[in-house]
Design a protein around this ligand. Structure first.
Ligand code: SAH
Ligand code: AVI
Length: 329
């Protein structure tokens, strides 16, 4: 059962129980980190510090996806809201909800309800408070949880047309099978007349991608390394965080950017909570995130595999980034 942690008449924050078992951080570390090739799921980036670092990445000159998506929303939010006419706006991985304000500004339905869903409880709470101050007619029903646990336990009312937003290119952080499964779960939330709005990043000049994922001010490097602070804290580990180098690599075959952390020297990492340790060799890497890039056609194929069909496509100049509105096929 969902547990409500705070509420006012127009704002509540509720913890969403997973519909199926989600691996714990200890499970993930055992599976991904204890032996090479080493990897971590990207959701551990987003403690409060990591979420704020992500916001700072969005303000770097090199990270074009966020401001490009914002520009598309500024131009097309009216059309998107007219086409989808929602009563409920559910956003997956809502973060600060900064860009969502462009949709809210264009939302003319009386007393709509916004449902931000994110793994970072602090972001859900702080963005919800700011939104009810700034939008006097808006009801915010914040949901805190892990979307890998499924979407079938979300406390959405049966009545009222839905728009599900999945912005920022976050779908690119899923491996192909996971992305299809996630979109399939979104499709299951949609009924006749409901829509999903998805932002996805496009394949482009690798130099532009390299800069976007390795900004000159080093914000992305801090974001990447922060995941080791998260593990140090939660698992009583002792990664020498500052001795890891941030790397971003574009793989043209897999059409994805990979973020990695490279150990600067040989060392042993002890995990107090797991009563185990690993020996990292200097130069050894941990894959911390993939960020897949698409063409309009490859994204349409992904939608089709998940039982969705594109109903409108909004594309930035030069094919830099896309927003699609889709419905159940
Ligand atoms: N949509 C926002 C934020 C994108 S960053 C934007 O476009 O700017 C990715 C967001 O997804 C973060 O807010 C992060 O906390 C959230 N997130 C990552 N993994 C998650 C998971 N497993 N379950 C729920 N939210 C998750
Ligand atoms: C959240 N996600 C879409 C971002 C991305 O571009 O893949 C996360 C990110 N990683 C580095 N910079 C931004």
């Amino acid at each position: 059962m969902a547990t409500e942690s705070s509420s006012t008449a127009r704002l509540s924050c509720t913890s969403v129980p997973p519909a199926r078992r989600v691996p714990s951080m200890i499970d993930d570390v055992r599976e991904g980190l204890l032996s090479p090739p080493r990897w971590l799921p990207p959701k551990y980036f987003y403690d409060e510090t990591g979420s704020l670092l992500f916001e700072a990445i969005c303000d770097t000159p090199e990270y074009y996806p966020s401001r490009t998506e914002a520009a598309l929303l500024a131009e097309y939010a009216g059309e998107i809201m007219t086409l989808s006419r929602p009563r409920h706006l559910l956003e997956l991985g809502s973060g600060s909800s900064r860009k969502t304000r462009l949709l809210l500004d264009a939302w003319t339905a009386p007393a709509g309800t916004y449902w931000p869903f994110d793994v970072c409880a602090e972001m859900v709470a702080s963005s919800g408070r700011a939104l009810i101050d700034d939008y006097p007619d808006l009801v915010v029903r914040g949901l805190e949880g892990d979307y890998h646990g499924g979407l079938s336990c979300l406390p959405l009312p049966a009545e009222g047309r839905r728009l599900v937003a999945f912005l920022g290119g976050t779908i690119g952080n899923f491996h192909p099978g996971e992305a299809e499964a996630m979109l399939g779960e979104i499709a299951d939330l949609l009924r006749e007349g409901d829509h999903v709005l998805i932002g996805f990043d496009r394949i482009k000049d690798p130099a532009v991608l390299a800069a976007a994922y390795d900004d000159a001010a080093g914000v992305t490097a801090r974001f990447n390394r922060n995941v080791l602070n998260v593990l140090n804290c939660a698992l009583e580990a002792d990664f020498p965080v500052e001795d890891y180098r941030h790397r971003s690599v574009y793989d043209p075959e897999l059409q994805r950017v990979e973020m990695r952390l490279r150990a600067g020297h040989d060392h042993r990492v002890t995990f107090g909570r797991l009563a185990t340790s690993i020996d990292m060799a200097g130069g050894e890497e941990i894959l911390t995130e993939i960020s897949r890039k698409f063409t309009p056609a490859s994204f349409r194929r992904l939608l089709a595999a998940a039982g969705l069909v594109e109903t409108a496509h909004f594309e930035a100049e030069g094919g830099l980034y896309s927003l699609v509105l889709a419905a159940r096929r």
